[in-house]
Design a protein. Structure first.
Length: 524
């Protein structure tokens, strides 16, 4: 049995994602930055970045090394289409309703409409459908386009005076604000909420009263017709009211055909020459035509279906914020991704914060300004007799004394195996214990791993007065996380929600004056 997933199903899935992100009462979507230590995972990470693995074990590893997450808002996502920039001398495909493997687009070779080059973006970021590319019996593939379309008329028309044969239909203009977020080397945005968007009203609503069939292509000019201009030639099919004008030249061949009334409700149509008295009197070589059927509702009624908008671009900007410093600096990240419905730390409630740290943190006291913690190095705390907590340094602020860290399974599970392939216990006997300001007997508040041994500031913050900021030399520093007795848990619950997208990439080092624009293309 043969079956396909249709393009319309893919467009529907992209619609559903936009709806999900716009529905703030039901789901939350977040972009994350992670993996500050990629070369420990793979020494060749930056030169031969490995492909992500799609299994539950990988999801857990990803969560272990997430740095922070940022919420996706409705303004951060847009449908996009391929960027086909108009260029003089290029022969474009024209809109047709019947491209297929047996009837491919003549210039691009595409076997479906959406992969063909049937629309363009001009230099002013206006988008146009190619209604006719000058195709005729002498130029079956069409002609090179010589005039850039720039008009914003509602009905199709030529772009200039070169008589290149093209008819263009204006659809929409990409706004500057959309270019900033959603423009890329390969894709451009499509307006949101086309059916209710007031900016699209003139184009959208014009389809309700305008002519529907827009163009007819001559495939054979025929012979033996009486030269004349024949008006009101009917279009026969399953619609009604369609009319065209046929001109026969002095050579007794059809020289041109133009739609004068597009009619309505056609899904197929033919040109009925005989009904208008256009009779072949001396030859049996009849003229032949292709009547091009517009998309449901007409050109411009639903541009998502018309242009094949089955992809979405997700945009997220990560920039430093002194009031809520969740995005660490100085270290690197080598993985981004998307998570749906993570929860608050130690809760089943879906996370709603605009951004949240996924790192643990310690508020340390002592000679912090003269202490150095090497990024990605190991820190430890003896939390009881024979019991040690261990982590990796994500960031260190020697002014505030805040050390952010992460823990991953490689710290507690040895990769060494014996001759029988059984795991050998970790060299130092570490387990993934939590750092604490209340150590058991035999433990201490000392954090080892830096150039000096510092102590967890167990008097910083209390249950009734958690530490969210600190004042040093009359300057208030916001810490980005809540500390209770010098300890801060992540703001987001690890291993919660669903990881929908994973992108491994060469590492990027974040600096204090740096911002990252993340753009993710999802294709359905």
């Amino acid at each position: 049995m043969s079956a396909i997933i249709t393009n319309q199903f893919r467009i529907l899935n992209s619609d559903n994602l936009l709806t999900g992100i716009a529905s703030t009462n039901s789901s939350s979507y977040y972009v994350f930055l992670g993996l500050p230590n990629p070369t420990e995972v793979d020494s060749n990470w930056d030169t031969a970045t490995p492909s992500p693995v799609d299994n539950f074990d990988q999801y857990n590893d990803i969560w272990d090394t997430i740095i922070a997450v940022k919420k996706l808002n409705p303004s951060d996502i847009s449908k996009v289409i391929r960027k086909i920039t108009w260029s003089s001398g290029t022969t474009y495909d024209m809109y047709r309703h019947d491209y297929s493997a047996s009837n491919p687009a003549p210039n691009s070779g595409a076997t479906n409409l959406y992969n063909s080059n049937f629309y363009v973006i001009n230099s002013d970021y206006r988008v146009y459908i190619c209604i006719n590319n000058g195709a005729n019996p002498e130029n079956v593939n069409g002609k090179p386009s010589l005039d850039e379309p720039t008009f914003i008329d509602l009905e199709p028309r030529p772009a200039g005076v070169s008589a290149d044969g093209y008819l263009w239909k204006y659809l929409y203009t990409i706004k500057p604000s959309e270019l900033v977020k959603f423009d890329s080397t390969e894709y451009v945005s499509v307006p949101k909420n086309w059916q209710t968007n007031s900016d699209a009203a003139s184009v959208r609503d014009n389809t309700l009263t305008s002519k529907q069939i827009k163009t007819i292509v001559i495939t054979s000019r025929g012979e033996g017709y009486t030269p004349n201009t024949y008006n009101n030639v009917p279009l026969r099919g399953n619609g009604r009211d369609g009319l065209c004008t046929v001109i026969v030249g002095e050579d007794q061949k059809v020289s041109s055909v133009s739609v004068t009334n597009g009619g309505k409700n056609y899904t197929y149509a033919t040109v009925d020459l005989e009904a208008a008295g256009v009779v072949n009197g001396s030859s049996d070589k009849d003229a032949e035509f292709d009547v091009i059927i517009p998309p449901p509702g007409g050109h411009g009624f639903n541009i998502y279906k018309e242009l094949g908008a089955d992809k979405v671009l997700i945009y997220s900007r990560f920039e430093n914020d002194s009031l809520d410093p969740d995005f660490i600096t100085g270290n690197q990240f080598a993985r981004i991704g998307i998570i749906k419905d993570p929860t608050f730390y130690d809760s089943t409630s879906i996370l709603t914060k605009q951004k949240a740290s996924a790192l643990y943190a310690l508020k340390l006291t002592g000679l912090t300004t003269s202490t150095t913690y090497i990024l990605d190095s190991q820190i430890t705390q003896t939390i009881g007799i024979g019991s040690t907590a261990v982590g990796k340094v994500a960031s260190w602020d020697k002014v505030t004394g805040v050390l952010k860290y992460w823990q991953q399974k490689s710290l507690g599970i040895s990769s060494r195996r014996d001759a029988y392939n059984n795991p050998i216990p970790p060299k130092y006997g570490y387990e993934l214990k939590s750092f604490t300001s209340i150590p058991d007997t035999g433990g201490s508040l000392t954090i080892y791993g830096g150039s000096n041994n510092l102590l967890i500031q167990d008097t910083f913050g209390t249950t009734n007065n958690p530490g969210v900021s600190t004042v040093i030399n009359n300057t208030t520093y916001f810490l980005g996380q809540t500390f209770i007795k010098g300890i801060s848990n992540p703001e987001v619950q690890k291993y919660s929600g669903n990881i929908l997208y994973i992108d491994n990439r060469p590492s990027v080092i974040r600096s204090s004056n740096q911002k990252e624009d993340i753009k993710v293309i999802l294709q359905f």
